[in-house]
Design a protein around this ligand. Structure first.
Ligand code: KG4
Ligand code: ZN
Length: 362
């Protein structure tokens, strides 16, 4: 019998629960967003996040079970995000999951949030077109609010996923959020800039190209952000006018160009003709469209998951838990949370000499 898994996610600013079948079919996918709570601060406030998770975790899990029309007894296992994320926020989800596991006697596995994002392309949502499910291996670009990196994905276990290069400073989503805050546009910045950029001319304002080193698979977005700061200091903050749209378009073009260029280069270097986009920034419309076109020119298939599978959700956590549950793992007794990913990193944050994040061309 195929497994049915309950997934729980509370690593950042979404309280989420989902019920997913072993093959990726999503039976329910419930998300309570804290966006409004954190919006006045222009970013996630950890203390507020934990409290709000505590208020909502019970009803969100209950809703996920009832929408899937299953009881806890009918679930085969529980998967919960245990890393990386805000410790206080992670503890809310993991404590809830442990309580459910103790009460029901079902096995519980801790899942790495990044692994969830990297496998989310396999999720099959009701009422949406079936996903294009890439065979392994594939190259994945994960760009979210907290992480930005390129991975080689050889299978669905963390040990089969290799980081090829990551950001040295800000994550791509963080850059969107900071620039949005600087321009007085609100939080989270990605969807707002996405919308404004659609009516802007990306070549009207010149911004520097982030991290131009051609053979490196690392990213850096803080220079680009400083570039926008300097532009605003010199020209003043644009009002709600064409100049604002042009600035958003110029910034977005720079970010999306680097993400696409480096990810496709990684695929070419490794001779893997398949690229998957993942994480909240993969919801960006320009990125989605241009990545597919750029891939086509190089005979690389760019697979763009449904937006629901890009932004934070618990279905991807349930799905990432499947192989561990199938292997008979049970972390109920020793489950711990960590702010760090389990995936080995090749990129160190901050300035200084680098090793390891380059791939030699054949
Ligand atoms: O993966 P995610 O939902 O949560 C994290 O794990 O961080 O990503 C959230 C990030 C935020 O920084 C948000 O501004 C960005 O994804 N984002 C976007 C878009 N939608 C969300 N960035 C660019 N364009 C978008 N349409
Ligand atoms: Zn995420």
């Amino acid at each position: 019998m195929a497994l049915t898994v309950l997934g729980i996610e509370s690593s950042c600013d979404e309280t989420a629960a989902a019920v997913v079948r072993e093959n990726g079919a999503v039976l329910s996918d419930v998300i309570h967003s804290q966006v409004k709570l954190h919006a006045p601060y222009g970013g996630v406030v950890p203390e507020l996040a934990s409290r709000d998770h505590m208020r909502n975790i019970d009803p969100v899990v209950g809703e996920a079970l009832s929408r899937a029309e299953v009881t806890l007894e009918q679930i085969d296992g529980i998967a919960v995000t245990s890393r990386p994320g805000l410790s206080g926020a992670l503890l809310v989800g993991t404590q809830m999951a442990r309580g459910l596991a103790w009460a029901s006697g079902k096995p519980l596995v801790g899942v790495d949030h990044l692994v969830g994002h990297l496998l989310a392309v396999h999720l099959e949502h009701p009422n949406l077109a079936p996903p294009v499910r890439p065979p392994f291996p594939y190259v994945a670009m994960l760009a979210s609010g907290g992480h930005t990196a390129i991975y080689r994905v050889d299978g669905n276990l963390p040990s089969e996923i290799t980081e090829l290069g990551a950001t040295r400073d800000d994550a791509a989503g963080e850059a969107f959020d900071k620039v949005s805050k600087l321009l007085g546009l609100g939080y989270p910045g990605g969807p707002i800039i996405d919308r404004l950029a659609a009516d802007g001319d990306p070549s009207a304002i010149k911004l520097s190209k982030p991290m131009p080193a051609r053979d490196s698979l690392e990213f850096s977005f803080s220079g680009l952000k400083s570039n926008v700061v300097r532009w605003v200091e010199k020209n003043g903050r644009p009002g709600d006018d064409q100049q604002l749209r042009d600035l958003c378009a110029a910034f977005q073009r720079r970010v999306t160009d680097t993400l696409i260029e480096k990810t496709l280069r990684a695929a070419q270097n490794l001779n893997i003709p398949r690229v998957v986009l993942a994480g909240g920034v993969a919801a960006n419309r320009e990125l989605r469209a241009r990545a597919v076109d750029a891939g086509r020119l190089l005979d690389i298939e760019v697979i763009v998951p449904h937006i629901k599978s890009c932004t934070d959700n618990a279905a991807m956590i349930a799905y990432a838990g499947v192989p561990m549950l199938l292997a008979g793992e049970d972390h109920t007794a020793g489950l711990e949370v960590s702010p760090r990913t389990v995936l080995a990193r090749v990129t160190r944050k901050g300035p200084g000499r680098r090793r390891g994040a380059r791939i030699k061309r054949d």
